[in-house]
Design a protein around this ligand. Structure first.
Ligand code: GTP
Ligand code: SPV
Ligand code: MN
Length: 589
């Protein structure tokens, strides 16, 4: 008798009709062999992997995806729940039967003359009771190699699954990389995702956004936990104590940089646990505990450099075991290293851009795609927390929410209590970025940085957050930040990056009750001079501007919040509606 997993593989083989089936085992020999194959094979007319300078970037490879396939495609992403209301206005919806029929048509015979890779993996560590078993099918060797870095892949998983049918099924084929035949379909009720026509990032590495956020958020809703688009970090203060934070920022708005922060303040140190996704459970002591389901970083390259993020630069050059992949960056031909805007001040003279063309410095265009990324193991990270693999997770004292806003939103404010914090998170607006296809720089609501990732009705999601709060004996403090406010000439007013440690220090002092606050219309502000600006060249005037709450801007903001809330009708929890009513009164509306 076949096990449910064997049966699944057999069905997939019959559907896709590949020349070969390969079940991954996670070994070093396997990595070497697959990399060898990838260096010799072409997809879309391009060699899949090219070896980079081994001295500068050990064990690193370059990959270019199709130029039409460089970011998540939210308009082609669907949540296929039995009823449209379950998916909510925050998701595109197709009836599950219809969605499957469509996908099955695409899948039929799609792997002829290809190898079908079967990737057994766990999200979370092998030991944690919070971890989940998964199997992805793919015909992309690049995806298969990426998954080995991003998740824990191996033979152990097959044992872990055993004769159970309780595992996530991720079905992926790159197809012919045609945007007209590209869909990412989620079936939360069946623990299933079908993805066709894209080989990039969150569209194709199905353990990441598809499973660990969209499907897992729904599981968490049913089971009483949270799957969030959040970093996890420990911040050690001069007294040696570590305070654990979660941090949610929309895509390409600063999570990875915060998670690997090298504080400018003496005596402070950040311990990294995760840079994109957190699974959060309520511990026996009534506190929140978080684990990182991933095992790697799929990080934005542009902007990453020795000044902004020295720890990531070390991570990228610290490769021991896992191959590091650079996708859609430029390549510096003089020394065969990956290059992107921000990795050096000088633009090298002999660059090949992300589209494979000789780069013209005067073109006014970037050499690396703005959403070019690196795929690197978390175990390369020199600031990796010793608690990283703790099966229980780490106890959370603070949650930081943020967005990318050139105006309106102050540098930092604190919510009065859990529900006020949930309200603050539910009204986050952020400028769209290159992490998803479409126009960038448009402000949209992105509650909890989860708009593209919440696998069910967001009104119910807000209620779930409120319900979790009710169960907590010691709820974490909730903060809102904005590193991205600009002055009249469009320059960032706050230095950001390593200087963000100044704000984190204040948060720790708040958590420990060592400093007070000032009331504002939108939450609690730091008292005068409470933020440590020692050694920073910033004027008082700029600090005042960074905290300005502009009445007209907020009236506009409230209009956008009301429009967003209205889409969800009475699914918006009453408590949040009351918070909005109070906010309106404060601004004379
Ligand atoms: P995803 O992986 O898409 O979820 O993104 P992320 O939230 O991890 O974003 P990341 O840290 O990779 O940052 C995205 C971009 O914002 C990069 O170009 C960074 O250089 C830039 N950035 C990050 N932190 C700051 C900051 O404090 N200030 C400014 N000005 N830019 C920042
Ligand atoms: C994001 O867009 O939030 C990412 C990149 O982290 S992707 O994996 O492509 O979703
Ligand atoms: Mn992300």
């Amino acid at each position: 008798m076949l096990t449910p997993m064997e049966l699944f593989v057999k069905e997939m083989q019959e559907l896709f009709q590949p020349d070969e089936v390969y079940i991954m085992n996670g070994s070093q020999e396997e990595a070497d062999r697959l990399i060898g194959i990838a260096q010799k094979s072409k997809v879309d007319g391009k060699v899949v992997l090219t070896k980079l300078n081994d001295k500068e970037y050990p064990n690193s490879y370059y990959h270019c995806s199709n130029t039409n396939d460089v970011a998540r495609t939210e308009h082609l992403t669907f949540v296929c729940t039995p009823s449209k209301g379950q998916a909510g206005p925050n998701n595109n919806w197709i009836e599950p039967g219809e969605a499957k029929e469509k996908m099955t048509e695409f899948f039929k015979g799609a792997m002829k003359r290809r190898t079908m890779y079967v990737i057994p993996f766990v999200m979370g560590t092998f030991e944690s009771k919070y971890s989940k078993n998964c199997v992805q099918i793919t015909d992309s060797i690049y995806v298969a190699l990426s998954m080995r870095v991003m998740a824990r892949v191996g033979k152990q998983v097959i044992k872990r699954i055993g004769s159970s049918s309780d595992f996530f099924k991720g079905i992926h084929s790159i197809g012919d990389v045609n945007p007209d035949r590209r869909y990412i379909m989620h079936f939360p009720q069946e623990n299933l995702v079908m993805s066709f026509g894209s080989g990039y990032g969150g569209n194709a590495l199905l353990g990441k956004k598809c499973y660990s956020l969209r499907i897992a958020s729904y599981l968490g809703y049913k089971e009483g936990w949270l799957a969030e688009h959040m970093i996890i970090m420990g911040v050690q203060s001069p007294d040696g104590k570590a305070t654990y934070f979660l941090g949610a920022f929309p895509s390409a708005c600063g999570k990875t940089n915060l998670a690997l922060l090298e504080p400018v303040l003496k005596g402070y140190k950040v311990w990294t646990l995760g840079d994109d996704i957190a699974w959060i459970n309520i511990g026996e002591d009534g506190q929140l505990y978080a684990i990182n389901p991933e095992a790697g970083f799929f990080g934005v390259a542009p902007g990453t450099g020795l000044k902004t993020n020295p720890v990531m630069m070390k991570t990228l050059k610290n490769n021991k075991f896992y191959p590091t992949l650079f996708t859609n960056t430029a390549v510096n031909n003089s020394n065969n290293t990956p290059w992107w805007e921000g990795v050096s001040d000088e633009v090298p003279s002999d660059l090949t851009d992300w589209q494979g063309q000789k780069y013209d410095k005067n073109s006014g265009k970037p050499a690396a795609h703005p959403n070019s990324r690196f795929t690197v193991s978390i175990y390369n990270c020199p600031t990796l927390s010793p608690e990283c693999d703790n099966p229980k997770g780490v106890p959370i004292s603070g949650i930081i929410f943020g967005g990318r806003r050139k105006d309106t939103v102050p540098l930092v404010c604190e919510a009065k209590d859990w529900n006020s914090g949930v309200f603050t998170a539910s009204i986050i607006g952020s400028e769209t970025t290159a992490a998803a296809s479409g126009e960038t720089g448009n402000v949209r609501r992105d509650p909890m940085a989860m708009l593209p990732f919440c696998g069910y009705n967001m009104g119910e999601y807000f209620q779930h957050w409120i319900n979790i709060g009710k169960k907590l004996k010691k709820p974490p403090k909730i903060f809102m930040v904005n590193w991205f406010r600009k002055d009249e000439v469009g320059k960032f007013m706050w230095p950001g990056f390593r200087d963000n440690s100044r704000i984190i220090k204040w948060m720790i002092e708040r958590i420990e009750g060592k400093t007070g606050t000032k009331e504002s219309e939108i939450g609690l502000f730091p008292q005068d001079n409470a933020i440590d600006l020692n050694g920073l060249n910033i004027t008082k005037e700029t600090m005042v501007k960074l905290f300005k709450v502009d009445k007209e801007e907020w009236k506009q903001e409230i209009k956008m919040i009301e429009e967003f809330y209205a889409k969800f009708g009475d699914k918006i929890p009453e408590d949040l509606r009351n918070h909005l009513a109070e906010l309106k009164i404060k601004f004379g509306l």
